[in-house]
Design a protein around this ligand. Structure first.
Ligand code: SF4
Length: 194
């Protein structure tokens, strides 16, 4: 199936190689109908995996705070109406009329991922009376490499870590530890990370 999907990609010559009409449900669901297309990852030309782009015929703006409350580790930006979620296997981006999930190896996996996430969204919406919606905008943890770039990179170990890279990993989880490095001030670090 991976070869089939790849062949479709090359024949079409566009990012969209596959489109399906899926799912008709009853009105108690947040998502009643949708279509799904398989798209190549924008940032990795030639990659052998795809993004499943699920176009929703329903606006799920009202559902996002409930997803934010229920999906562990979700990062929600209420003003932008965007919720990002990584379940450890796949990455999801929810917007009012779209859900994107990656990676998918082929169209079969993409259809399954789409079916599963639509089912999960609808299940959460059905249980909304039991859920306290969360409008909190959680900020994602900074990238270790981005932190490392802010450090002196002399690997002097005065902070107690064997290298600046190791100290960057410490800082990712606890930025207050920046005081252990005598070569960058707390104020400088905070202003650079903000
Ligand atoms: S004290 Fe600062 S410069 Fe030295 S290893 Fe730690 S982070 Fe790097």
């Amino acid at each position: 199936m991976r070869n089939e999907a790849r062949k479709d990609m090359l024949i079409s010559g566009s990012a969209i190689s596959h489109k399906q009409k899926l799912g008709k449900t009853v009105s108690m669901y947040a998502i009643k109908s949708y279509s799904m297309k398989l798209a190549a990852p924008d940032c990795f030309p030639g990659a052998d995996w795809y993004r499943a782009v699920i176009d929703l015929n329903d606006d799920i703006t009202e559902v996002l705070p409930y997803l934010n409350a229920e999906l562990e580790g979700a990062v929600y930006t209420h003003d932008s109406k965007v919720l990002l979620w990584n379940n450890g296997k796949n990455k999801y981006a929810f917007r009012p009329n779209e859900i994107v999930v990656a990676p998918a190896d082929n169209s079969e996996e993409a259809v399954k991922l789409a079916t599963d996430i639509v089912g999960q969204v609808n299940n959460i919406w059905i249980r909304k009376e039991e859920i306290e919606p969360s409008f909190d905008s959680k900020k994602a943890l900074p990238n270790i490499l981005d932190i490392y770039k802010l450090l002196p990179r002399t690997n002097c170990s005065e902070c107690g870590s064997p290298s600046c890279m190791a100290f960057a990993a410490v800082l990712r989880n606890d930025s207050s530890k920046i005081s252990l490095c005598p070569y960058i001030s707390d104020h400088d670090y905070s202003s650079l990370m903000s």
